[in-house]
Design a protein around this ligand. Structure first.
Ligand SMILES: Cc1ncc(COP(=O)(O)O)c(C=O)c1O
Length: 345
């Protein structure tokens, strides 16, 4: 039997190992010069005034919410079809998550957000889900500040502008399987110096004698050194993902009973297809050594006991995420596509 094909894999090499070793040898392993360089690199790419590196994407979301003044009694809009990190970040501020349905390409529905708006809505968290740009402009007009969640979308663009450059703040994740990785890690970007200053203050308790609540959510220079190398490879990673997506598009088009991802401008963090029964296809693919997965499980409205989100329920039932990452070879991509064709025809 051929080796199984994992669902996700980081792309790391000797350059990352050498960069990490250099920092270890220097002895300056905490938050320092490398972290500052990494922050500057991402802020410049996104077109933001500055950035604050954090220990995770969830920490960056929490810091962004706190820096916007979100807390007890507030509500924060989140989509249902996303990982639970968003719930945890909102809960940690004391605010209440308001879970909304999705619309095109699995992204948040502006219509449902407007329907669920109240006088207590303090922020909207807007993921560019699976690397597909959300229609940000439609959310900016709604009213509450928008935090763009670019955890899956570093490098993606909307109408020629970088995802992350629109909202009051944006957050990123560098978890092992993300577009680029530092093992764990995250970043907050913004063009508001005030917001950046409040976020930086929140994640650093040292040498402060007031009674403001803070928490150590800082990044470190070993991870930053790896991140700088990964960052220099980001364009290449995106090209690789788009090439793999094009192969899937070609190999899978024309099959009855399959909906293909065709999102403009996506960086293809995930390649998600829709079939009648996701559970069945995932099982059959795994039997054939292809580690497909549900892209989100479970949806958030079920966790918080919110009213049904019909589009999200349909997506949960039908969506299957196929392996996609720069290390996936052309032969492996064809093997995945051929396995899908054996099951869906
Ligand atoms: C859309 C989205 N937002 C936020 C996060 C949280 O990032 P982290 O795992 O680095 O805390 C993730 C991670 O899975 C994510 O996919």
């Amino acid at each position: 039997m051929e080796d199984s094909i994992p669902h996700s894999r980081p792309t790391l090499g000797q350059a990352e190992a050498d960069a990490a070793a250099g920092v270890v040898a220097s002895g300056n392993v905490a938050t320092g010069e490398k972290t500052a360089q990494f922050e500057k690199a991402l802020a410049q790419t996104v077109g933001a005034e500055g950035a604050v590196a954090t220990s995770s994407g969830t920490a960056a979301l929490f810091a962004a919410l706190k820096a916007l003044g979100v807390g007890n009694g507030d509500q924060v809009v989140v989509p249902s079809f996303v990982c639970t990190a968003l719930l945890h970040a909102v809960w940690a501020t004391g605010a209440e998550p308001v879970v909304c349905d999705i619309a095109d390409h699995f992204n948040l529905s502006p219509v449902d957000v407007r329907a669920k708006l109240t006088g207590r809505t303090a922020a909207i968290i807007l993921p560019h889900i699976f690397g597909t740009p959300a229609p940000v402009e439609e959310f900016l007009h709604i009213g509450p500040p928008v935090i763009e969640d670019c955890a899956q979308a570093v490098g993606a663009q909307v109408n020629g502008a970088k995802c992350g450059s629109f909202g009051a703040a944006a957050i990123f994740s560098f978890y092992a399987t993300k577009m680029m990785t530092t093992g764990e890690g995250g970043m907050l970007t913004s063009s508001s110096q005030g917001l950046l200053g409040r976020a930086r203050d929140l994640i650093e308790y040292d040498k402060k004698s007031d009674a403001v609540r803070r928490f150590n959510l800082k990044f470190n220079d070993i991870a930053a050194a790896v991140g700088l190398v990964q960052f220099s490879r980001l364009d290449e990673f995106i090209q690789d993902r788009r090439r793999i997506a094009a192969t899937y598009d070609r190999e899978l088009s024309g099959l009855d009973g399959i909906g293909l991802a065709a999102p403009a401008g996506s960086v293809y963090y995930r390649y998600v297809i829709e079939v009648a029964d996701a559970a069945d296809l995932i099982l059959e693919l795994r039997r054939r050594g292809v580690m497909a997965a549900r892209p989100v499980d479970p949806p958030l409205h079920r966790i918080v006991g919110a009213a049904a989100c019909p589009n999200t329920e349909r997506a949960w039932k039908q969506a299957v995420s196929l392996p996609i990452y720069p290390m996936l070879t052309e032969a492996q991509t064809r093997r995945v596509a051929s396995a899908v064709r054996q099951v869906v025809y």
